[in-house]
Design a protein around this ligand. Structure first.
Ligand SMILES: Cc1ncc(COP(=O)(O)O)c(C=O)c1O
Length: 423
């Protein structure tokens, strides 16, 4: 890493020689652009974050050039307990000694479904899959089949996975006719939701919501109590299924699901990301009333039945409870926030820090093109700390006092190296 901290951040890229060589190779064989969305480091701005990670342990990652970082991106959520958590690795590897995919159902599948149902009172069945996108899409299908209606109400620009129908932006390559049955209403606008429900009562199959409004380059917004009441009422009054997409916020707002933080009972609950601590497993949970809706939907894939990720998920749930992972993330996130806010005052920066402790969003005031945020993220990265300039971050249970102290030291230096707004 260059030690010249006086050079302009704008002409300095975080990637080292190996990282740059990998970008050159990537640009030859990958289609690039927005196709991987935030999973490409370029989503954070060119050269702001290291593009290639070769190893990780606990709350730290190692880039292609062997440089270590304290990581507040956590693979965009899957790193819940810490990279390489020993109990999860052991459970995965023990199962991986046997063939991963065999005929029909496995005991692992039933055990995990049982554990998920038991863990979430009110949810009576579970369907396992690999990704959050799959289970959110499935939830919409179950709601539609159960109600015999087609409209799904979602909010603001919320990301609900890669299904084109659920895209918050006009999705290229998709006929517009496929997008007619999704309606986006404003977040925290109870009257708008009530009015829509009054006007379309017999047509709404599902209300698809998150516990937070978290969109790129925007502050995180909590749900106001009146809005939560309006969502619950929408279900009661219209008969629509309430679908909580807890793929991102799950395990980080409340140990038993974000609906406990909101005070709402979903009919369908989507889990993913942290469920397997990085291994590919997701789940749709549902109430008995929707079991019939789920039957008869053809939802299958040859590799859904792989057992090692299911074993990883069970080990993750156990370790999460045993080690009070939620408490650890909340404590570390609260210290991080207090430290960054103090450092911002110290260095004269006006920042906007939002979100719950385990999922912080750090933006800069008076930064319409996000250039200051990117400058800061690059300065933090060159000092060994990864903070995304435009997406909410994630804490994991391996963020201990030592890593937070180390991160705060680097963050204060990075803030001092970030220009203040003119005037
Ligand atoms: C709220 C939400 N729903 C669904 C998804 C899709 O999950 P996956 O990336 O596992 O397909 C994401 C992914 O970021 C998400 O944040």
């Amino acid at each position: 890493m260059s030690s010249d901290q006086n050079s302009s951040a704008a002409d300095w890229v975080v990637d080292g020689v190996e990282g740059l060589a990998l970008w050159a190779r990537a640009d030859r064989v990958l289609p690039g652009g927005g196709i991987y969305l935030s999973r490409s480091a370029r989503f954070a701005g060119e050269g702001v974050l290291p593009g290639f990670v070769r190893d990780a342990m606990g709350c730290r990652v190692v880039d292609a050039d062997g440089r270590k970082y304290i990581d507040f991106i956590c693979a965009n959520g899957p790193n819940l307990l810490g990279y390489g958590h020993p109990a999860v690795q052991e459970a995965f590897l023990e199962q991986a000694r046997r063939p991963a995919s065999m005929n029909f159902f496995s005991p692992s599948m039933i055990e995990l479904a049982e554990q998920l149902v038991e863990r979430h009172p009110g949810q009576d069945w579970a369907v396992l899959a690999k990704t959050g996108s799959e289970v959110v899409t499935l939830a919409c299908r179950v709601a539609r089949k159960a109600t015999g209606r087609s409209l799904i109400v979602a909010f603001n620009q919320a990301y609900h996975g890669s299904d084109a129908e659920l895209s918050p932006w006009p999705p290229p390559g998709v006929p517009s006719s496929r997008l007619d049955d999704i309606v986006r209403l404003p977040w925290n606008d109870a009257p708008a939701l009530e009015e829509f429900c009054r006007d379309h009562s017999g047509k709404i199959a599902g209300v698809l919501f998150n516990a937070l409004d978290q969109n790129s380059f925007q502050p995180t917004r909590f749900a106001e109590p009146g809005f939560v009441r309006a969502i619950a009422e929408a279900g009661r009054k219209t008969g629509a299924a309430l679908i909580l997409d807890d793929v991102r916020q799950g395990f980080r707002m409340n140990p038993r699901g974000s609906h406990h933080a909101l005070g709402i009972d979903p009919d369908l609950l989507c889990l993913g990301k942290g469920l397997g601590n990085g291994y590919s497993v997701s789940a749709l949970l549902g109430r008995d009333a929707l079991r019939e809706g789920a039957r008869g939907i053809m939802f299958t894939s040859s590799l859904h039945f792989e057992q090692p990720p299911m074993q990883a998920a069970m080990a993750t749930l156990q370790a999460y409870d045993r080690e009070d992972a939620f408490g650890a993330m909340t404590r570390a996130g609260s210290r991080l926030r207090a430290g960054i806010e103090a450092a911002a005052v110290e260095t004269g920066h006006a920042i906007d820090f939002s979100g719950p402790p385990a999922m912080p969003t750090l933006l800069f005031e008076d930064d319409p093109d996000h250039s200051r945020g990117m400058w800061f993220s690059r300065e933090a990265a060159r000092r060994g700390v990864l903070i995304h300039p435009g997406l909410n971050g994630f804490l994991c249970a391996a963020h201990d006092d030592e890593s937070i102290d180390e991160a705060l030291f680097a963050v204060e230096e990075a803030l001092a190296a970030t220009p203040l707004p003119a005037g």
